[in-house]
Design a protein around this ligand. Structure first.
Ligand code: APR
Length: 311
């Protein structure tokens, strides 16, 4: 039977994710938004590209009609507002938490067995909202951040060393914000740690560019935030789940004492398969890496507290 993925939010990230899902023939796609006509228009446009792109995925678009999400295997939630120049992801909190809560309730009712992939920002806080609003088990609520942050780090490593991006691996832990924790020790080119390939000064520069990678793009686009790489990252996670690949990827998941952190969504390496998060992988961290992860966890915890105050 064909797999089904529903994408909530037919904006830049959502429509790009729908396109990639269809072109990789991973699933049929339902695109849902509050805007009148837009999801249907984008779905039709993508459908008309199918003969040229050579795929048979069915793509439909709907305005507010959550029946279209029925029995989805995966729901990717991108609904919400993006950043503008000068804004941090945290500035989106009060607007996006309301949107996240309402759309999650809608999809959980029609697709109770789906896995949720959360994309809206501030990411780790939005995972908490989706987890609470859905009532889904912890393994079925997963935030997209680490795959994107690692991809940015990989792209910068490949540019720096003039090597194929395919040779690169990178790990970025922690919250999806300025406190994220890129781990150069675990970042490699053809298996060789980058600490053996570049000076500490260059590594520090790439780490900093990774941390501020989202803001760099917001500064260039002016009217919104990155969407090609975020959509690619969400689709890589969806593919791992749809194909039961048991792929290890950094994702925001709810920790139960792993890394000494309790009841908090934060980015760590996990194994993704048909049951969503199938394993949380604990890697050895140095004292300074642990300190950086705890600092990042404190920043996420503060947002969760802020949300309680906002109600
Ligand atoms: N239900 C459904 N869709 C909604 C709702 C809602 N309640 N509220 C807003 N949307 C839709 C908007 O109508 C818009 O089409 O979400 C879409 C968001 O698209 P864009 O404005 O293009 O934003 P995008 O760049 O896709 O980013 C979406 O992902 O990366 C994060 O920080 C980013 O939080 C932002 C989200």
């Amino acid at each position: 039977m064909r797999k089904k993925v529903t994408v909530i939010g037919a904006g830049n990230v959502g429509a790009t994710a729908a396109m990639r899902l269809a072109e990789k023939e991973l699933a049929d796609v339902a695109l849902i938004d509050i805007l009148e006509g837009v999801p249907a228009g984008k779905a039709l446009d993508l459908t008309e590209a199918a003969p040229i792109e050579k795929h048979d995925a069915k793509i439909i678009g709907a305005t507010g009609d959550y029946a279209q999400a029925k029995d989805s295997d995966i729901i990717i939630i991108t609904a919400g507002i993006p950043r503008k120049p000068g804004m941090s992801r945290d500035d989106l909190l009060s607007t996006n938490m309301g949107i996240m809560r309402s759309v999650t309730k809608e999809v959980a009712a029609v697709a109770p067995n789906a896995t949720l992939i959360i994309v809206s920002n501030p990411l780790d806080a939005m995972c908490h909202v989706a987890y609470e609003a859905s009532g889904f088990p912890k393994n079925k609520v997963i935030g997209m951040a680490g795959v994107l942050d690692s991809a940015r780090f990989r792209a910068f490593i490949a540019m720096e060393l003039d090597v194929s991006v395919e040779n690169t691996h990178a790990f970025v832990l922690g919250g999806h914000g300025d406190t994220m924790v890129p781990l150069p020790r675990y970042s490699t080119v053809a298996g060789i740690p980058i600490t053996e390939l570049m000076s500490q000064e260059r590594i520090d520069a790439l780490v900093e560019r990774t941390r501020t990678g989202g803001a760099e793009i917001v500064g260039l686009l002016k009217t919104g935030s990155a969407y090609y790489a975020p959509a690619s990252a969400a689709v890589e996670m969806a593919e791992a789940i749809l194909k039961d690949k048991k792929k290890i990827l950094p994702c925001a998941v709810c920790l139960n004492g792993e890394y000494g952190i309790h009841d908090l969504f934060i980015g760590v390496p996990v194994k993704l398969g048909e049951n969503g998060v199938e394993e949380i992988i604990e890697i050895e961290l140095t004292d300074s890496e642990k300190e950086a992860l705890n600092h990042s966890a404190d920043a996420v915890r503060k947002l969760v507290e802020d949300m309680k105050r906002l109600g």
